[in-house]
Structures are given as structure tokens and as C-alpha cells.
Design a binder for this molecule. Sequence first.
Ligand code: NAP
Length: 288
Amino acid sequence: MKVELKNTTKKLCVIGDPVLHSKSPIIQNAIINAFGLDYIYLCQPVPKGEAGRWLECAAYAGYAGFNATMPHKEELVPLMDWLDPVAEKCGAVNTICIKDGKYYGYNTDGGGFLRALGDMGVSPAGKRVLLLGAGGAAKAVAAALSEAGAMVTVANRTVEKAAAICQMDPEHLTPAGFEIDTLCKLSENAHILINCTSLGMAGTESRFADLSFVDALSPTAVVCDAIYAPPETALLRRARETGRPAMNGMGMLLHQAILALEHFTGEPLDAEKAKAAALAALKAEGAV
Ligand code: NAP
């Protein structure tokens, strides 16, 4: 991708370990180009345990901000001068803005998911949600959903991890196990089903052995998968075959990036235009 650099161009990047596989530079530079913003987005490996040193380097080098992926999302939290409510709730940041030598931490994963849900015309307030998984993605989504007023059951193979997530907000979050009978029972009352496990993800062998919990949902329940590769998992296929609205994780991926860029620039962006530019770039690079 061609990027025009000026002396005034502001620097952004993604840090992680590993990070060279990250799609963030493709997505962010495509949006930056589409809106003619004077920014460039780079990829910066930062080893585990070095996030504090990186913060000083980034501020000194004049970075406007950066995104953080594994393993830095939790490590950065105590180093922030300010945290947004979702980042505070889930104890993880993925977007850091640097202004006047101060660090502002946000978590856009959950907010990105909520915006993607909004694209389907679904508002989470007052809804009953069955959330599968209790890893990093599930935690961010649970924090954002509970903050938005949804009642969420977090079902996970390792139930202790679900219980730990639910400590964030016991009023809105309830843990559950992952047995098929449990999932079927919980599905009956759910307005929204979200898969935040890695079951069905490209490059892994693990799949849902039994999808009968999808059939137990009400006919109007919405089914979401955080996975975007493949674009249609067996879970989403089953939902669509049975007439239920379904969305994959691409909207979440793109919206969390758009939200991050809005934080970096301090300007709202036309999300449809941004999504189209990012998706075209991902396709051109063979990244989706
Ligand atoms: P993670 O922290 O490694 O969590 C993995 C989750 O999957 C855990 O809850 C784990 O359960 C569960 N799991 C794994 N294998 C399982 C099996 N055989 N049976 C039942 N449960 C199983 O991963 P993550 O970062 O949260 O990512 C989860 C998924 O979300 C991935 O597919 C990832 O691609 C996707 N994601 C999408 C976006 C997006 O922007 N669209 C962003 C982040 C992640 P245990 O706790 O019992 O191990």
C-alpha cells in the first residue's frame, strides 16, 4: 500500500509479541488513505514485559497513539493515566492515545462488537445474551454488553474462567458450564447468541460437536460469531439455514479499528466508508 509521508505526519502503530501477522496496519492505513488523514500506521514488535519501556519510547518519538495486542493488553492497564469504563471493567486496553505526555487507555473490542450489532439493527439494552467462551474476546464483549444493560450468561468449558469474568459485574453477568444440555436450556431464553470461543476458526481442528443449541433459540434470535475466517462458520450456517439473522466477526474487527482511529484523531468517521475501504484493502492483500 502506498502512503504519502510529510514532516507533519503523525505516527500510530500496533504493538505485540508476536505482531507481524497483524492485519491492523492494512486496515488502519486503508482508512487513513480513504479519509486523507495525515497519519501513518506501523507495526512494532514489543517483547512481553517491555510495555512500560515502549510507552516512554512512544511518547518521546511523538507517537499519537498505538494499539496493543497479546501479551500487552493487561500489562498496560496500571500504566495508564486514564481508562475508559469498559477498559477499567475488563482490566484490558487495546487502544492508547498519547496527549501532552499522558496515556489514555481504551478498550474498543467490545465497543466494536456493539457497533457491529447496531449495524444489524440490534440494541443490547435489556436483552438476554448467551455468550460462549471466557477468553480475551469474550471478556471484552461481556464488559461492553453489561455496560450497555444486557443480561449475559457466560458459558465456558472451563467454568471457573466464566465465573472470573462474571466478577466484573455480577448484576448483569452469570456463569454457566458448556454441556450441550446447559446450552440448549440457556438458548431457549436468549435473544442473542454470541460465539467467542475459537471453535470453528480457520487453522484449528476444534469444531462444535453438536449445534442443537442453535435450534433451541427462538426463531427471531440473532446469532453472532466473533470468528471472521472462515466468513461462514458451521454455527452461522446452521443459524441461517433455520432462518435466524446471523453475523460473523468482520464487523467487530473493522469497527474496533474505526473506533480506535476515532480516539487517535479525536474525529468521528463515516463508518460505512471506513469499512468499505478497509475491506477492499484486506481483499487486495489477500488477508480475507
Ligand atoms: P482465547 O482467549 O484463547 O479464548 C478461547 C476460548 O475458546 C476459551 O473460552 C476456550 O475455553 C474456548 N475453547 C477453545 N477450545 C475449545 C473447545 N475445544 N471446546 C470448548 N471451548 C473451547 O481466544 P480469544 O482471543 O478470546 O479469541 C476467541 C475467538 O474470537 C477466536 O476465534 C478469535 O479469532 C475471535 N476474535 C475475533 C475478534 C474480532 O475482531 N472479530 C477479536 C478477537 C478475537 P477454555 O477457557 O475452557 O479454554
